[in-house]
Write a protein that binds this ligand. Structure first.
Ligand code: 5RP
Length: 230
């Protein structure tokens, strides 16, 4: 019987345990694949000195698993390092550039990822794409800038829709943008990030993953930024 997507997510999550640095703090992303990673981590919680988390949802799950959630500012102020960040993605290309934010946690994910030394992305094979952009790109915006940013996104050829009934952990809104031709995701990320009212664009292209763990029915594959093409 073919493995279902959830089983593949769990396989990728379990494989990420091999990437942990024993005794260190771990950075934890958000989403259903990360939920499964936290479940797996619960069985090995003595290996980590706590976690820094990218969402209220992940923080709750970590605490339920008996893993201490540490404040990122306090960790950094104490000069402590976070060697590994584990997170999922909505899409990842051959150069390990990603679209993230399907769960709406993109801003804190970018912050925590930037504070960690190594980004370990965990996905099932359905997330691997040749070119980013089939998944609508999430953009977190300050509420009063919603229409301004939406108009600019339309001018770039995108079709933004407001994520109805959703408020981010930071009190902001999400525009999901379909129809973008992301031929140069690095340039697009840099441009949209500068627009007034944009908090975060869900492209992780300027700084992508360092390694991706891909689970498919054939097994687990690890690709690093160096070993990948694209
Ligand atoms: C949340 C994210 C998630 O990593 C992304 O949406 C993938 O989620 P899932 O593991 O549920 O497929 O970026 O903001």
């Amino acid at each position: 019987m073919p493995m279902d997507q959830n089983a593949l997510k769990r396989a990728a999550a379990r494989a990420a345990l091999d990437e942990l640095v024993d005794g260190a703090i771990v950075g934890v992303g958000s989403g259903s694949t990360v939920d499964l990673f936290v479940d797996e981590l619960a069985g090995q919680r003595a290996r980590v000195a706590g976690a820094v988390s990218s969402s209220e949802r992940s923080s709750r799950r970590l605490r339920e698993a008996g893993i201490e959630v540490l404040d990122l500012n306090e960790v950094l102020a104490a000069g402590r390092s976070v060697p590994v960040y584990v997170d999922g993605a909505d899409e990842i290309d051959g150069a390990l550039r990603m679209i993230k934010g399907g769960g709406g946690a993109l801003t804190r994910e970018k912050i925590v990822a930037a504070a960690c030394e190594r980004f370990v992305c965990i996905v099932d094979a359905s997330k691997c794409v040749e070119r980013l952009g089939r998944f609508p790109l999430p953009v977190e915006v300050i509420p009063m800038a919603r229409e301004l940013v939406a108009a600019r996104l339309r001018a770039t050829g995108g079709r933004p829709t407001l994520r109805e009934g959703f408020v981010t952990d930071n009190g902001n809104l999400i525009l999901d943008v379909a129809g973008l031709d992301l031929v140069d995701p690095v340039a697009f990320e840099a441009e949209v990030d500068q627009w007034p009212g944009v908090v975060t664009v869900g492209l992780f292209a300027r700084s992508g993953a360092d390694v991706v763990i891909i689970a498919s029915p054939q097994g687990i594959e690890r690709r690093t930024a160096r070993s990948s093409t694209g």
